[in-house]
Ligand binder design. Structure first.
Ligand SMILES: [Zn+2]
Length: 406
C-alpha cells in the first residue's frame, strides 16, 4: 500500500520515464537565450533538457541573433548578447561585438613602414586605448625593440582616434522551420505541466505532440501547426505592449470542454505560431500564459492568463494568408524601434564619456568654465554621433591607465 503510494507520487519526465524533481536541472520555459526567466524542475529530466538544449532549442536564438545583438538583449540568466561575425556593411565586412560595436574584418591592428636609419613609421588601427596598449608590445617586438623603449619614444606625444561608422548593414531576419516549432511545442508542454503536472501530458492525447518534440514529424508540422498572421485582439495586445514592451514574447496554452488543447507562441512581437497539442482528451478548460519583455527580462509574468484572456475560438482559427504583408510591417516597426533605441544608447554613451572626462563620480556639475566646456563637447559629439560623421579626436599617449582619462 505504501509502496503503491510512493510510486504514484513520483513525477516523471513528459518525454521519457525518468524521474524529475528537486534535483532536476531547471528548464527555462521560454528559452534563456530569448530572455526567459521562468523555470521549472518538474517537467523534463536532465537528459531530455540537455538533448533539447543541444539541438532544437539552439535554432530560434540563432535565427534571432541579429535582433538580439541590435537591441543588446541579455539572456534570461544575464549572459551578454551574442556578437555577430561577417556582417556585410556599406564600408565592407565587419563584426559586431556583444555591445553592438562594429569592427572591421581583416584589418591589421598596426602597420610598420621603415624610414631608414632604424627609424619607423608605425600606424595603429584600434578601437580603444586599451587595445592600443596591447598592440604596442607586438609592434615593439616586430621592430625589434623592447616595449619600454617603444613607450619612451611615444609617451607624451599626441595621437588621434578616428571614429568611423559601418553605414548600412545588409542582413536578413528569418525565423521558422521544423526544429523551431518543435522547441515551441516543447515550451508549451512544459508551461502546461507547471499547471497540471506531467501525468496528463504522458497520456495518449499528447502522444503526437510529444513525438514531434522528440523526433520531429513533417506530418505533425503540416497538420497541427500553423504560422499565424492575424493581429491580436486589441485589448490583449495593448496589455502586452504596456506590460511586456514593444518586442514581447508570449506562450499561451488553452483547452476547451473536450480537452482540445491549443498553444500559441509569439516571438519578439514579430512572428506567431499556433499549435494543436491535443485534438481532444487533454485536461479541460485550462488557461495559462507566460509573457516576457526581451528588452528587460525582469518584466515577465507566468500568470498572464489571470490578466489577459485569449479567446479559445480565436486561438482555434489561425490564418497565415496575410503573412508576407504582416511580417514586412512588423519587421519595419522593429527596425524603427531600433533607430530610437540606438539613438538613446548613443546619447547615453556620449554623456557618460564626456562627463567621465571632466568629473568624478558624485561631483556637482556647475555652469563654470569646466561645465561650459563639457556642454560644448557633449553637443559636438552628439551631432557627430547621431549624424554618423566620422570624427578625429586628439589625445595624449600615456602608458599607465588613468581612471576617467579615456
Ligand atoms: Zn526525459
Amino acid at each position: 500500500m505504501i509502496r503503491q503510494r510512493l510510486l504514484q507520487d513520483k513525477v516523471l519526465c513528459i518525454f521519457c520515464d525518468n524521474e524529475v524533481g528537486t534535483r532536476t536541472k531547471p528548464e527555462h520555459i521560454l528559452l534563456d537565450a530569448l530572455g526567459g526567466r521562468m523555470t521549472t524542475k518538474w517537467a523534463d529530466c536532465n537528459h531530455c533538457n540537455q538533448s533539447f538544449g543541444g539541438t532544437i532549442d539552439k535554432v530560434l536564438p540563432e535565427q534571432l541573433r541579429m535582433l538580439r545583438n541590435m537591441f543588446q538583449m541579455k539572456s534570461g540568466s544575464g549572459q551578454p548578447p551574442p556578437g555577430l561575425s561577417k556582417i556585410l556593411a556599406s564600408t565592407g565586412t565587419i563584426t559586431l561585438d556583444s555591445r553592438g560595436r562594429p569592427k572591421r574584418v581583416g584589418g591589421k591592428p598596426f602597420t610598420i613602414t621603415p624610414l631608414g636609419n632604424e627609424r619607423y613609421d608605425v600606424s595603429f588601427s584600434v578601437d580603444s586605448m586599451e587595445e592600443f596598449r596591447k598592440y604596442v608590445a607586438h609592434a615593439a617586438a616586430a621592430i625589434g625593440v623592447t616595449e619600454d623603449h617603444f613607450w619612451a619614444k611615444i609617451e607624451g606625444q599626441y595621437a588621434s582616434f578616428q571614429n568611423e561608422y559601418p553605414g548600412t548593414l545588409h542582413t536578413r531576419i528569418q525565423c521558422g522551420g521544423e526544429e523551431v516549432v518543435r522547441s515551441m511545442v516543447k515550451s508549451s508542454l512544459v508551461l502546461l505541466a507547471t499547471r497540471v503536472g506531467t501525468m496528463p501530458l504522458k497520456d495518449a492525447a499528447f502522444a503526437q505532440a510529444r513525438d514531434f518534440v522528440v523526433k520531429g514529424s513533417e506530418d505533425f508540422l503540416q497538420c497541427f501547426t500553423t504560422v499565424d498572421a492575424r493581429d491580436f485582439p486589441e485589448s490583449a495586445y495593448q496589455y502586452l505592449l504596456e506590460n511586456h514592451g514593444p518586442m514581447f514574447n508570449l506562450i499561451y496554452v488553452r483547452s476547451d470542454d473536450y480537452g482540445r488543447t491549443l498553444a500559441y507562441y509569439h516571438a519578439f512581437n514579430i512572428a506567431s505560431w499556433q499549435m494543436v497539442l491535443a485534438e481532444k482528451g487533454g485536461p479541460r478548460n485550462i488557461e495559462i500564459g507566460l509573457a516576457s519583455d526581451p528588452l528587460n527580462p525582469a518584466r515577465w509574468d507566468g500568470d498572464l492568463a489571470a490578466k489577459v484572456s485569449l479567446d479559445f475560438d480565436w486561438l482555434n482559427a489561425p490564418d497565415g494568408s496575410r503573412l508576407n504583408d504582416v511580417s514586412l510591417a512588423r519587421v519595419s516597426t522593429v527596425l524603427k524601434l531600433h533607430q530610437d533605441v540606438s539613438r538613446e544608447r548613443t546619447i547615453h554613451n556620449v554623456l557618460n564619456d564626456v562627463l567621465g572626462h571632466y568629473y568624478d563620480e558624485g561631483d556637482m556639475i556647475e555652469m563654470d568654465e569646466k561645465g561650459r566646456a563639457a556642454i560644448i563637447e557633449i553637443s559636438q559629439k552628439l551631432v557627430a554621433a547621431l549624424m554618423q560623421i566620422p570624427t578625429k579626436e586628439k589625445f595624449l599617449l600615456r602608458r599607465s591607465k588613468q581612471p576617467g582619462a579615456e
